[in-house]
Design a protein around this ligand. Sequence first.
Ligand code: TYM
Length: 332
Amino acid sequence: MTKKRVLSGIQPTSDSFHLGNYLGALKQWVELQSGNDAFYCIVDLHALTGDIDPALLRKRTLSSAAQLIALGISPEKSTLFVQSHVAEHNQLGWIMECIAGFGEANRMTQFKDKSAKGGADTARVGLFTYPMLQAADILLYQADQVPVGEDQRQHIELTRDLAIRFNTKFGDTFKIPEGYILKSGSKIYDLQEPTNKMSKSAGSVAGVLEVMDTPEANTKKIKSATTDAGREVTFDEKGKPGISNLLTIHSALSGKSVSELENEFAGKGYGDFKGAVAEVVVEYLRPIRTQALELLQDEAHLIKVLHDGADKARAVASATLAQTYKNLGLVL
Ligand code: TYM
């Protein structure tokens, strides 16, 4: 049986990934490395669509690589690389912009949300064309599966639409990818505002559990998480969004099912439960943080790993781009 091709990406837009990134996507990245041909990309060009701070971008790109390796992405098992190292992403991105309609791009909710925050007139063109670059990221590798969180579903749908349109008009060129989105964990919520998703761009970091946070900081955040009326530790997304979110987090990290946890905490209060969640989260993240900090001590080695990954990625990406150009009638 031929291996499935897996591709996903993450933006280096904060000093640390958060637990939403991990449970929604990165945990699946690690699992899908085995038995598949996986490509994982730090999408630094996408990060340019927000505020650009050159020193921070460099630091966060390297920190992203260190965190991914510490979380379990093995550069031997999968291809780990930085988007800007493989120029084919920009090249196919332009083609995708010429395939996509303005109307369909304008329906992307991520663009609407992000541009609304700063005012639509100040949003940059790159934020608008972002999903077409993302489609290029995926299609260059002929990906079968794209492990992401729920918030990326619409971008994957657009990618499929663009690939189908291209193939129909210009001949079979791209594999039609599928999103790999789990039922549980694909949307982790902010601890302070448990109806909003946990996000790097949240107004306050108090509700965001970060991989690189100290154990003390994460414990404090969990202990002061917003809980709901009542005392029972039961899963009820509508009635008890705070407790349900904590149950999802505990379950994903401890491997215990939600109903096992409900039984374990029957008759105990929210305080005991939060203490247990804090312990699970902190013990899970402790070795990851330590290893990421260690890896960051040797920048030259990290950069070498990323360059090696880019060489492997380019070999695949350049073949797809050549076929795309040929099918479009560009003279090679
Ligand atoms: P990004 O960098 O915002 O997030 C990385 C991954 O984390 C998931 N995620 C969450 N999952 C569950 N709960 C949350 N609260 C939560 N917050 C974030 C995201 O769904 C994502 O999978 N556009 C992408 C990056 C990208 C990409 C790609 C992804 C660029 N090219 C190609 C896949 C394939 C993004 O902004 O992810």
